[in-house]
Design a protein around this ligand. Structure first.
Ligand code: GDP
Length: 302
């Protein structure tokens, strides 16, 4: 129900646009396919994905001898799910193992909802009976540490912090040691999102990883990139940049409730080969949902 609610804007847009299209173009022809392409691109689905999809649909219509667009409606949804799932290496599940310390590194530029997502994740894991600790690794942005502390207090989890301006790697060193000592299940690390200076960011994240690995060789188990869905193609280019800087294992797409262009999920997954692991559907603690491609696409259209 949460999922459906959060996708309201996108669903209205997708369904409305598709219905309009089918009443405007009743016959399956090139005009229809071009209008469909235009509609999907408007919804931020991403150029390459749209082209893949309409090529498949053209083939299907020809083979099955479908002449009326209305009979393509269901197959459009099915094909989108298929395109989503074609890369089986893209696992939507989090790499979290029970009974050991798991480290999640959160990256992303300021304002995308990184801190909120950390709070929501902590809440989720705590609700599952796991012990959680946060590391205030964004020592650069004024107020970032206090903001994380607010979420830590709200959820009721410890926040490991140092003074503003201190070395993020030193914070991580403290945090991973404390987490191990206390038998914590999930350590979620905030980081500074300074994409303007890629070289610095790369060095900083590299150093953080090395420090973590001294204590937990497999760490970080996940590097989650937070992206703001309302920024559309901009989110896509941010993802490309972060991919150059570090090994991103998954994406959290925030503010999906605030956009009618839910197609951005498809574009990210297909064009970057990074799985979307969670979506943010609101500002409250329980407004974070694990992502599932099938549920998502049917949520948009059904
Ligand atoms: P940060 O700078 O990346 O840490 O961003 P914040 O966590 O401070 O979030 C920025 C703003 O986005 C805040 O007002 C959040 O309440 C809001 N926000 C974060 N996630 C979501 C979401 O999934 N949906 C909505 N509607 N707002 C969100």
């Amino acid at each position: 129900a949460k999922f459906k609610q959060g996708l309201e804007k996108s669903r209205e847009q997708f369904q409305g646009a598709l219905n309009n299209l089918m009443s405007q173009y009743r016959t399956v022809d090139e005009d229809f396919f071009e209008a469909l392409e235009e509609m999907l691109i408007q919804a931020d689905v991403g150029f390459q994905t749209v082209m893949d999809l309409t090529d498949e649909l053209r083939d299907y219509a020809r083979k099955e001898n479908i002449t009326e667009t209305i009979y393509l409606k269901e197959i459009i949804v099915e094909k989108i799910v298929e395109i989503y799932n074609q890369d089986e290496t893209l696992d939507e599940e989090m790499n979290i193992t029970a009974g050991e310390l798991n480290v999640i590194l959160m990256v992303g530029v300021n304002g995308v909802g990184k801190t909120t997502t950390i709070g929501k994740l902590a809440h989720r894991y705590k609700a599952q009976g796991k012990t959680v600790m946060l590391a205030a690794g964004d020592t650069f942005r004024a107020g970032a540490i206090d903001q994380l502390q607010v979420w830590g207090d709200r959820v009721g989890v410890e926040v490991v912090r140092q003074a503003e301006g201190s070395d993020p790697a030193a914070v991580m060193y403290d945090a991973v040691h404390a987490a191990k000592k206390q038998g914590v299940d999930v350590l979620i690390c905030d980081t500074a999102g300074r994409l303007q200076n890629k070289k610095n960011l790369m060095n900083e994240l590299g150093k953080i990883k090395r420090v973590l690995q001294k204590v937990i060789p497999e760490a970080p188990h996940e590097v989650l990139l937070a992206l703001d869905a309302t920024t559309g193609q901009n989110a896509l280019s941010q993802a490309k940049s972060f991919k150059e800087v570090t090994d991103v294992t998954g994406i959290v797409l925030t503010k999906l409730d605030g956009t009618a262009k839910g197609g951005i999920v498809l574009a990210i997954r297909n064009e970057l080969s990074i799985p979307v692991k969670y979506v943010g559907l609101g500002e409250k603690l329980d407004d974070l949902q694990p992502f599932n491609a099938e549920r998502y696409v049917y949520g948009l259209f059904a």
